[in-house]
Design a protein around this ligand. Structure first.
Ligand code: NDP
Length: 493
């Protein structure tokens, strides 16, 4: 990307009013990979004004579901024709292996097609009331102007997860990617323009969370804010959104348990447990960052897991066969490394990794060798706090009751997995885990068809599935009097 990446406001590609720019850093080698315009509060205000005028005009929200479906399919088609280009750009900007970026593009396409297919399906309700002359029904309508703020760990996929249901429902939107990873969002908006999303419907604003994000959360003309990111930021957004009592949905952090009983195949469980924590460099809200092992397999399991973890192919994301890449930024790497020190100080036993990789090919990037801490106790900070990196905290349990206690002993409730060949036990345990996204004998596979979100401090509301579309609608009851007449309440005098 040679020219400065621009924002897309009211159908125009524009530079920030401040004239400021921001360098985008590639985490594989710390080099500048692009420069983008740096928006601020006044750019958000302009984008919101465009989104509001477009919504109020009414043409967009009166498009038929089939027309909006055609646009979403059009976006999906264009993405599908450029999978390699989008994947390469995501890897350049985010650092993740090309295999992962490619998967993210496919997921984004699936999500767009899912909502394209969903919007012309039956919705609303018809209900009986105790008056034969009244017809009563419930319809769903778009909310209005929505603000969307997404993080850096799945930049394109998060954009698709947010934009697809929002536009499907007929809203207009002001969208903000992470300042660290704006590149695929800019390309996606180019596609939105190409397929003919009308001016003002979808607006892209670039800039920092503290300025652009904060204004999106506060702006009185935005009626809904949808956010994915850290719990601390989620709290700030919830507070900022009180001014006009915005509808909010928050997809926040987690500290999710992966529970393994001794009757499950050890080799397979090791493999899933590695995927649970180390996928996407551990930068996954639903990561299985707490491994709970039954005492009877504890030592053998950890010996094998450490052995395999040391053999993970860590490389720059565009290298052939890369299985893990760098962390997103120097600051984030330092935060993760500081947690490694905390873990050591707390007395957890480091089995492998946990250091910055300094070999020549890694020296300028933000690579951290995946770490496994054994012998963790429930109240350690590395067990309770979201690290968002390749750091696993392992605990031992004796029986089902203790596994459930440990699994739920956290402020979070996003995800969880259990491995056992005793399906009754697995089902008992997973039902007792207080989390919104769960698995039995697997970890991570999810689909746009199913709702995504958490219990407790992992968030509010759900994305994806039919629930995800509902989050972008208001509910209206309509009552029709079939026997026009007087109300009958007051005597006619
Ligand atoms: P944040 O939660 O800070 O960032 C997520 C998004 O929110 C970004 O677009 C960010 O903007 C924006 N943002 C930041 N501050 C505000 C604000 N005051 N008002 C509105 N929007 C704001 O995540 P970080 O990138 O700082 O990571 C911090 C921690 O959050 C991680 O270590 C991890 O624990 C967690 N996290 C969880 C994610 C999840 O999927 N659950 C995803 C990412 C992070 P910008 O980046 O442009 O400043």
């Amino acid at each position: 990307m040679s020219e400065i990446g621009k924002m897309y406001i009211d159908g125009q590609w524009v530079l920030a009013k401040s004239g400021k720019t921001r360098d985008v850093i590639g985490p594989a080698d710390g080099q500048i990979v692009a420069a983008v315009t740096e928006g601020d509060k006044e750019d958000v205000i302009e984008a919101v004004a465009a989104a509001k005028a477009t919504f109020d005009k009414g043409d967009w929200r009166r498009t038929t579901p089939n027309e909006r479906a055609a646009l979403l399919h059009g976006i999906a088609d264009k993405l599908a024709a450029r999978i390699d280009e989008f994947a390469a750009l995501e890897t350049l900007n985010n650092g993740k292996p090309l295999r992962d970026s490619t998967y993210d593009v496919y997921d984004s396409i699936d999500c767009l097609r899912y909502y394209a297919g969903l919007i012309n399906k039956p919705s609303g309700q018809k209900y009986a009331v105790p008056n034969p002359d009244m017809e009563a029904m419930v319809v769903r309508e778009p909310i209005g102007v929505c603000g969307q703020i997404v993080p850096w760990n799945y930049p394109l996929m998060m954009a698709a997860w947010k934009l697809a249901p929002c536009l499907a429902a007929g809203n207009t939107v002001v969208f903000k990617p992470s300042e660290l990873t704006p590149l695929t969002a800019i390309k996606l908006f180019e596609i939105l323009e190409e397929v003919g999303i009308p001016a003002g419907v979808a607006n892209l604003v670039l800039g920092a969370g503290a300025t652009v994000g904060q204004e999106i959360a506060e702006n009185m003309d935005i009626e809904k804010v949808a956010f994915t990111g850290g719990t601390v930021t989620g709290r700030k957004i919830m507070t900022a959104a009180t001014g006009n009592l915005k509808n909010i949905s928050l997809e926040l952090g987690g500290k999710s348990p992966c529970i393994v009983f001794d009757d499950y195949d050890l080799e397979k469980a090791v493999d899933w447990a590695m995927f649970a924590i180390f996928c996407n460099q551990g930068q996954v809200c639903s990561a299985g960052s707490r491994l709970l092992l039954q005492d009877t397999i504890y030592d053998a399991f950890l010996e094998r897991m450490a052995e395999r973890t040391k053999r993970i192919r860590i490389a720059k994301g565009d290298a052939e066969g890369a299985e893990m890449g760098p962390l997103i930024s120097e600051a984030h790497m330092n935060k993760v490394l500081s947690y490694i020190e905390i873990g050591k100080e707390e007395g957890a036993r480091l089995l492998c990794g946990g250091y910055r990789m300094t070999e020549p090919e890694f020296a300028d990037g933000y690579f951290v060798a995946p770490a496994i801490f054994a012998d963790c106790t429930p109240d350690m900070r590395i067990v309770q706090e979201e690290i968002f990196g390749p750091v696993l905290a392992v605990q031992k349990f004796h029986d089902e009751e203790e596994a459930i206690f440990l699994a739920n002993h956290t402020a979070y409730g996003l995800a969880g997995g259990v491995f056992s060949n005793d399906l009754s036990r697995a089902m008992r345990v997973i039902k007792a885990v207080r989390a919104g996204i769960t698995w039995i004998n697997a970890y991570h596979p999810t689909y746009p068809e199913a709702p995504w979100g958490g219990y407790k401090q992992s968030g509010i509301g759900r994305e994806l599935g039919t629930f995800g579309l509902d989050e972008y609608t208001e509910i209206k009851q309509i009552n029709i009097n079939l026997a026009p007449g007087n109300s009958g309440w007051f005597e006619i005098r």
